[in-house]
Design a protein around this ligand. Structure first.
Ligand code: HPA
Length: 271
């Protein structure tokens, strides 16, 4: 993917919405309601933005909202694309590169995830401390497109300072906030119980099908990432009933008020 395409997408957005966003926010499955709280929004469907990939998954609206949230200028992506829809690594990271081109200083990612840590319950929120890329590819594969170092360091993708802000905010609100390692798979099938037992041994606390490509691209761009996962279910083998996307959407929608409150105040506290 060419830097020129990123620039064209960003230029298009700039023509529609004046002012530089300070924070980019990507909303995961069932967490889209936060976008409705953006003040004075300019709303742009992804399909109208040049080169912008469009998701086909239920729960992913595919609209960018530019406006103000928690006193900050924000660009909120309501819905994201996934590898399991057939998108390449390059396509997956395109939106993050566009947000960076627009001028954001922080990237806030969110997702729905299955809880691997046996202490986690459906409805818990978790701040991601680190990740394991088990998707089977790296989004930076291919010719060097010049977006940053060829071999980016990933030792602090989710800086402790941002996690501390999330923790302090959750404490103030009296909301319980778990923390842990997010492991990404490609999906779209959920995992087997044997895979989940293995992932637990590897040190994973939650499993999902997104986020890691975006976080890697952000690290290459030098963008600090804060990621909040909504634990929508116990991972395969840890709960009686079979996993379903409807369950994921139902639980994430049910906790979205807590999630919105937490994110709003975190965004307010970003320096
Ligand atoms: N596995 C993978 N992705 C998920 C899950 C899960 O259990 N729950 C929500 N997204």
């Amino acid at each position: 993917m060419k830097a020129q395409q990123v620039k064209e997408a960003a230029d298009f957005i700039r023509q529609r919405a004046l002012g530089e966003p300070a924070v980019g926010i990507v909303l995961g499955s069932g967490l889209g309601a936060l976008a409705e709280t953006v003040e004075n929004p300019v709303r742009i469907p992804y399909a109208e933005i040049p080169h912008f990939p469009v998701s086909s998954v239920a729960g992913h609206a595919g609209v960018m909202h530019l406006g103000r949230l928690g006193g900050q200028a924000v660009a909120v992506m309501q819905g994201r694309i996934h590898h399991y829809e057939g998108f390449s690594g390059n396509e997956l990271v395109f939106p993050v590169r566009v947000l960076h081109e627009l001028g954001i200083g922080y990237l806030v990612l969110s997702n729905s995830a299955g809880g691997i840590n046996p202490a986690f319950e459906p409805g818990d929120l978790m701040v991601v401390t680190d990740h394991i890329n088990f998707m089977g590819f790296n989004p930076l594969l291919g010719v060097d497109s010049g977006f940053g170092p060829r071999f980016p360091d990933l030792s602090a993708v989710y800086p402790a300072e941002l996690r501390r802000i999330a923790r302090a905010t959750a404490d103030r609100q009296g909301v319980s906030l778990r923390e842990g390692v997010y492991l990404a798979v490609s999906g779209p099938s959920y995992e087997t119980p044997a895979e989940i037992r293995l992932f637990r041994q590897w040190g994973a606390d939650a499993v999902g099908m997104s986020t890691v490509p975006e976080a890697i691209a952000a690290a290459q761009l030098g963008l600090p990432v804060l990621c909040i996962s909504c634990i929508t279910n116990k991972a395969a083998g840890l709960q009686e009933q079979p996993l379903s996307h409807q369950e994921v959407l139902d639980i994430s929608t049910a906790v979205s008020q807590n999630f919105i409150q937490l994110l709003l105040e975190i965004v307010e506290c970003l320096p």
